[in-house]
Every structure is written in structure tokens, then in C-alpha cells.
Design a protein around this ligand. Structure first.
Ligand code: HEM
Length: 473
């Protein structure tokens, strides 16, 4: 009996492999002259193992570099179960980012899709995505929100820094996560720091830990635990939404929930609003704190840049102290030009978001490369940001390079581009500026050895431990 099973399984496996190659062959002959060069690797796993092992190293782009040398800047591969065209070409990436949902739609791993929910702005397309994007973007650009965020951020940073002691290590990654999460949650749902915020943060951390898990939703699995945590968060946010719906509509929105509730289109259901509130907490817990942490790391390793940044910020502080004025958001973004170049350079070299993935809705040809319908296109920003054809000595942290460079060029896409350009980009820059200002004007520090981990998300291995010394004022 056992023998029959072994024969059956072997025959099935052989048949499956032949079919897989037959399909690949058919595909190859259909698009023989247009598909970018490259290899789809092994059956089933493709090139995932090599991709992941490079992703864990300190040079994740080495996977791409090797193929760029063999096949050019655009090549085909098979990663995470999908045939894909990988682009490390700035112009092809730009085309992908600028395209609408008739050409490309977002494509994320299954676990991420399940956790974010189908009404997440990161997944929806067409007029609904544009509507929500517009509403959120306009609110994050509003003078009133920026003023509130500046106040909150200054207050939370001050509170956090007041607790730092000179005789114990300060973990910058933990501190910035705490601060940025609270600022963002306040902007999203007006929740102040306290017990409920702590509970939300706890659930959120459980939720986020399953974002890159295996897509198996069974009791005991990581994905299941994350979904349970999400349910608890949705409950809390829906309670806030119900209370708002009962109270009189506030014409001047004080947070993102108000903005979405005030929308007259009636397309925005409570579930959609709750899902999106949770998605937007991700940058508060992840991207923004990582930006601040990496800036501290790169500055620690580049004394001239640190000195320039400190002088610029001390000058502004002295001026504001003399005038008896608080620093406003406009000061942070316009009166601290070198600080902004430090942030841009951190984004370029740190590559907090390595790229975006899209699924082709039809056969697409870009610069002579075919992306067949149904294939995934991976616009890989990291290689563009670290390409010596785009940047001199690309691995060197050099904020001065931005002093006479056009930041809006397609060689810099840390915040994406096109219709999905990050609506939180000003906010991220503002938060990072406030943190750096308070930090360099109040402290000198010594950073302990730490390394950057690049996968599945960018973070510091030891959470960026530093020893601080207060500056006499
Ligand atoms: C350093 C910080 C940040 C980085 C590097 C970053 C990067 C990005 C990138 C690359 C995209 C484009 C994704 C795509 O095209 O599929 C994006 C989209 C988005 N970001 Fe950010 N982001 C940051 C901070 C923020 C903040 C603070 C918020 C505020 C809540 C935010 C909210 C969003 C939203 C809602 C989208 C989706 C837009 C859409 O699909 O219409 N991000 N971000």
C-alpha cells in the first residue's frame, strides 16, 4: 500500500513539474522577444531563498546588483510565489508609480492583505482611493493640524527626554516609537496619552507582528493572534466613531476620523474608517521612528554633519528664545535647510520602504520591457537610491549633496509617487525635524555599536543604545 502511495506522489510531482515548465515554455514562446531577461529560478520557490538571504544581509540590494550585471536594470524573477518583473530603473519605476488602476493595482503578500482588510487605502483602487487619499492629504497639509502636531510632538518629545538619565542607556528606537505613535494616534482619533493609549499600543504591537507571517489563520498562528488584536482595536475605534456620529457634526475637523466622517459621499462606512485608522498607525509605529533612529545613527558616524546640524539648530533656538516665541512648523520645515537635507539623505541611504509591488492588469510595455498581464511589477527604490550613476559615492552619508539637487527628480522616491504619493510625507519630515532639534539642542551623546537589520522591515538590531549628556543652557 505504502508503495502505491509513493508511486502516486512521485507521478503527481513529475506531472506537476512538467506542467509548470510547459506553462513557462508557452509563456516564453508567446513573449519571446519582449520579456526582460532573467530566470524564474526553481519550481515553486523561484529565487525567494536567495532574495531573502540577501535581504537579511547588510547589502539587500546585492540580489538586484548581481542580476543587473547579468540582465540589465529590468529583469524577470520569481519571488514570494509570484512571477515578477523587477525594476531598478528610475524611469520604469516612475512609470509604474504614475500608472492608474487600469494598468497596475497594489499587490501585497497574503498575510498583509488579510490583516489590512479589503477597504484599506493601501489596497483599494479607483475613485474611492483617490477620494480618501485627497481627504487625508488635505488634512495633513492643513495649517491647523500642523500647528497641533507641532505642539503635541514638542510636548511628547520633551516629556520623553526629561526622563533620560546620564547614567543609563537610552534606546532611541524605543523612545521614538513611543513618541511618534502617540502623535499620530492623536492626529487620527484624538486619543491622548494614558491607559487607553497604552492598551491600543499593546494591541497594535500584536497586530503588526503578524504583518509578514505565514498566511494561515488558525488558532495559535501568528496571523490569527494579529487578527484578534485588530478586532480589539476596531472595537475601540468604532466606539469613538459611534460617539462622534451621535454628537453634532464638527465643521472644523480636529482629526482624521472627523475628516472622513464629514465626507458627504456616504461611501465611507464605519468599517472602512476603522480599517484605515489602523493602517495609518503603521507609519507611526514603524517608518517615522525608524527615520529618526537612522538619522541619529548616521549623524553619530558623521561628525561634520552633526556639527553643521547642531549649529543650525542652536542658532534657531537662540533666535526664538530672544524673541520669546515658540518654534512653529514653518520654522522647522523652512528655517532649518540643513536639517531637511539630513532627513532627505537619511531617507535615501536608509531606504525605509525598499519599493512597491503592483500587479499588471494588462500587458504593459515600458522602455521596451514587457510586463505581462497578471505578473507582479516590483519597483525597487533601494537600487535607484544607491546607484552610482545617480549619486556620487552612494554609500556615503552626505547631506550636502542635496544642497543643489532637485529632490522631486525620479531618482528619489522614498515617499513613492503618482496617485499614491505618501500623504504623510510633510508630517514625517516635521516630526523628524522636531525630534532632531530637541535632541541636538539639549544633548551630546555617545552611540554604542549597533547594526541595521533590513528585513522584513528596517530597524536597529540593538534598538540604537546611546549614552547622553545634557548640554548646559
Ligand atoms: C518616513 C516615513 C514614511 C515613509 C518613508 C513613507 C513611505 C510611503 C510610500 C513609499 C508610500 C507609497 C506606497 C505605494 O505607492 O503603494 C506611502 C503611502 C502612504 N503613506 Fe507613507 N510614508 C511615511 C510616513 C507616513 C505617515 C506619517 C503617514 C500618515 C498617516 C503615512 C500615510 C500613508 C498612506 C495613507 C499611504 C497610502 C496612500 C495611497 O495608497 O493612496 N505615511 N508611504
Amino acid at each position: 500500500m505504502d508503495c502505491i502511495w509513493i508511486v502516486f506522489v512521485t507521478v503527481f510531482f513529475l506531472w506537476f513539474t512538467v506542467m509548470l515548465y510547459h506553462n513557462r515554455f508557452k509563456l516564453r514562446s508567446k513573449y519571446r522577444n519582449q520579456l526582460p531577461s532573467g530566470t524564474l529560478g526553481l519550481p515553486f520557490i523561484g529565487e525567494t531563498v536567495e532574495f531573502v538571504s540577501c535581504a537579511y544581509s547588510d547589502r539587500p540590494e546585492s540580489f538586484m546588483d548581481k542580476r543587473r550585471r547579468m540582465y540589465g536594470k529590468v529583469f524577470k524573477s520569481h519571488i514570494f510565489g509570484s512571477s515578477m518583473i523587477v525594476s531598478t530603473d528610475a524611469e520604469v519605476n516612475k512609470f509604474i508609480l504614475q500608472s492608474d488602476a487600469k494598468v497596475f493595482v497594489p499587490s501585497y503578500p497574503k498575510s498583509l492583505t488579510l490583516l489590512m482588510g479589503e477597504s484599506s487605502i493601501l489596497l483599494i483602487n479607483g475613485s474611492l482611493q483617490r477620494r480618501i487619499h485627497g481627504l487625508i492629504g488635505a488634512f495633513f497639509k492643513s495649517h491647523q493640524l500642523k500647528a497641533q502636531i507641532t505642539r503635541d510632538m514638542q510636548e511628547y518629545v520633551q516629556e520623553s527626554m526629561a526622563k533620560w538619565r546620564e547614567d543609563s542607556l537610552v534606546y532611541i528606537q524605543d523612545e521614538t516609537k513611543n513618541i511618534a505613535f502617540q502623535v499620530l494616534v492623536k492626529a487620527l482619533i484624538s486619543l491622548d496619552p494614558g491607559e487607553e493609549m497604552q492598551l491600543l499600543m499593546k494591541h497594535f504591537q500584536e497586530f503588526i507582528s503578524g504583518l509578514m507571517s505565514l498566511p494561515i489563520n488558525l488558532p495559535g498562528t501568528k496571523l490569527h493572534q494579529s487578527l484578534q488584536a485588530k478586532k480589539k482595536m476596531v472595537k475601540l475605534i468604532q466606539r469613538i466613531i459611534r460617539a462622534r456620529r451621535k454628537s453634532e457634526i464638527c465643521k472644523v475637523a480636529k482629526d482624521v476620523v472627523d475628516v472622513l466622517l464629514n465626507d458627504a459621499s456616504e461611501q465611507l462606512t464605519d468599517n472602512l474608517i476603522a480599517d484605515n485608522m489602523i493602517d495609518m498607525m503603521i507609519p507611526g509605529e514603524d517608518s517615522v521612528p525608524v527615520l529618526m533612529t537612522l538619522a541619529v545613527k548616521y549623524l553619530s558616524e558623521c561628525p561634520p554633519a552633526l556639527q553643521h546640524l547642531t549649529e543650525e539648530n542652536m542658532k534657531l533656538k537662540k533666535l526664538k528664545d530672544l524673541l520669546g516665541e515658540p518654534i512653529a512648523w514653518n520654522d522647522y520645515l523652512s528655517s532649518l535647510p540643513f536639517t531637511q537635507t539630513v532627513i532627505t539623505e537619511t531617507l535615501r541611504i536608509g531606504n525605509i520602504i525598499i519599493g512597491v509591488m503592483r500587479k499588471a492588469m494588462k500587458d504593459v510595455e515600458i522602455k521596451g520591457h514587457l510586463i505581462p498581464k497578471g505578473w507582479c511589477a516590483f519597483a525597487y527604490f533601494r537600487s535607484v537610491h544607491l546607484d552610482d550613476q545617480n549619486y556620487d559615492s552612494p554609500y556615503q552619508f552626505n547631506p550636502w549633496r542635496w544642497q543643489d539637487k532637485d529632490i522631486s527628480s525620479c531618482n528619489f522616491t522614498a515617499f513613492g509617487g503618482g496617485q499614491r504619493l505618501c500623504p504623510g510625507l510633510d508630517l514625517a519630515r516635521l516630526e523628524a525635524s522636531i525630534f532632531l532639534h530637541q535632541f541636538v539642542t539639549q544633548f551630546r551623546w555617545f552611540a554604542e555599536e549597533d547594526t541595521i537589520v533590513n528585513f522584513p522591515t528596517v530597524r536597529m538590531k540593538r534598538r540604537m543604545p546611546i549614552w547622553v549628556k545634557r548640554v548646559e543652557s
